[in-house]
Design a protein around this ligand. Sequence first.
Ligand code: FES
Ligand SMILES: [Fe+2]
Length: 414
Amino acid sequence: MHFALYVLILYVLIDFYFAQISAINPNTSISSPTQLRKRHCQRCISGNSGILNDMSVKSQTISLNRQTTTFNHPKRFIEGWYWAIPSRKVRRSQVKPVNLLGKELVIYRGKDGKLACFDAYCPHMGAHLAEGTVEGNGLRCLFHNWKFNASGTCIDIPCLGKNIPIQLKTWHVQEKYGLIWVWTGDIPKQPLPFVPELENHRCDSLLGSHFEKNCHPNVVMINAIDAHHFNTVHNLPLEIIFTKEQLNKNAITFSNITRGGENSFFIRLIRPFYKNAVTYSMCYWYGSTGTVTVGPDFLHFHIMFALRMTENGKTEGQTILITKKRRGILGWLLNPIVLWLTKMVGNYFAKGDTKIFKTIKFDLKTPLKVDHAILQFIHHVDSQKTLAWGSWELIEDRWKEEDRIWKLKGEAND
Ligand code: FES
Ligand SMILES: [Fe+2]
């Protein structure tokens, strides 16, 4: 407590000191965090951010233009890969119940180590299949002992002595980063979320914290591209301007293009470690999972925030710390340290926002120019294939229209 007080006093004194220097010499290039916050706010309203030059802006605000259709919707989500359960919780010959995005599922691991995922309720009389037992590579219902193979086909009805054609609904599963992931549509159209700069590398990973937030996953996600709040909430004297790049229909990256802004002490300290722009990028997958890449040129930290929506549009999340595999004894020694450091970085970013996520009722009524990346993200979310919470059925009409627009855009770009 005392230590925190000393830090606070020191901070105020340093801030005051910088303010005095600045008053004596207005051309000074040193910036305190408070000054930078103010300057950043001026940038919001003066409109000298080049990235927005193409927008028709009448004043300091910009228009949202339309109602969102999927973003922050408590009953809708994007078709994609979502984490279901940690791998270690489903051992060989074990079956587990999972509620994912309002749907009851079972996931089991057969004797061969392979995973299968079914709708949870037995097609005979509705018993929950997680009460059953894994037999070989199949699953047997506890109630009347019907057995299903890993493809969901009923292969044994003991009381009949023969089979009738019964098929369980199955879902695609994959394992990565120590988690089991489920694709919420019929056939996976995209890969599991990955960090773009590690796409062609083998990786080591570690599960970080498991958490819940009192707001929608989309709202938690935009925090990472809310450039302004880095100054106000996290006290980072950085000026960040994002450029976006669409990786595929379900993945988009926002990367910082500045060298950190004006010469604050902090920026001077870190600048030798960056050849060009200060590395800070966020890649979004399915609007609910994001990978942050941050750090000096010689060592990038990668943190994945894998979120999923729970009842009434709230969030359950899991952080995953990722680093590329390094060879030999040095890699064996170094990688656990890098992952530990990554955890510290992740904790730092997660810390300041806790209060806000407890009480926020997200409503971007007055977007400023600095909120431009947020608007781009909202548009990206709304342009993806949308399913209904609980049933996982397609929200059809809207999707058909979005698909038509997407195809037109593709043709225009060809
Ligand atoms: S309810 Fe499953 S076999 Fe009867
Ligand atoms: Fe934050």
